[in-house]
Design a protein around this ligand. Sequence first.
Ligand code: ZN
Length: 253
Amino acid sequence: MIDSHIHADTRPFEDFEAMAVSGIREAVTCAHDPLEMLSSDVVMAHFRRILKVDPHRAALNGLKLHTALGVHPRAIPHDYMKVLEELPELLSDPSVVAVGEIGLDSGSETEMNVFIEQLRIADETDRRVIVHTPRSGKEEITPLIADLLSQHIDERRAVIEHVNMDVIPLLIESDFMLGLTVQPEKLTPQEAVQILKEYGTDRFVLNSDMSSSPSDPLSVPRTVHRMRISGFGEGDIMRVSEKNIRKFLKIKN
Ligand SMILES: [Zn+2]
């Protein structure tokens, strides 16, 4: 199994062992907003941590981490151009599999500028993008995010994260990959299973988005367990818990 979206820098060492014991072999750790990003230096220190420190902590527990780097919409420093100038070079690190997580949270003009700039970088450097959608205002902001994505990048190169029944009907006709975040304040495993029953497994990836918010490091295995009880076959289970994200991010087996 692969947990397709986590924030390893906020989690204790023991979580990685619990994940590995539960059958998660790999995870994608994404840049986010763990600190108040007062300047580009803070963002760069955060990038260094998720590139170097967390993959090592996870590897000691048998969990392989891949990295996504980008400026999260809640983590935009006043001098964000300095980060964007460095980003193409940083993306060349072999552990980096995507630009992310990027996107919109409040939908402000600055957020839009930073998002579009990073979509350009992803397009130029041939990277996939991991895209955040907000908790509040999801129904209003998600169509805006989808429009900006469609204007700037091939839809097949973006995963739109934290989707729920409010926005899936708007996105299901697109070519985006869709991330089901199973987390105490987002989807329960049962709700994720219900969505997969209704829409099939081709377009979805599972993740915990575990961070300092209420989280469950075992979201993916728990949802897989729930799928099995509900009668899903191994092909469907493999697709949402590993194959789709592996193919999407071009992660070798
Ligand atoms: Zn996240």
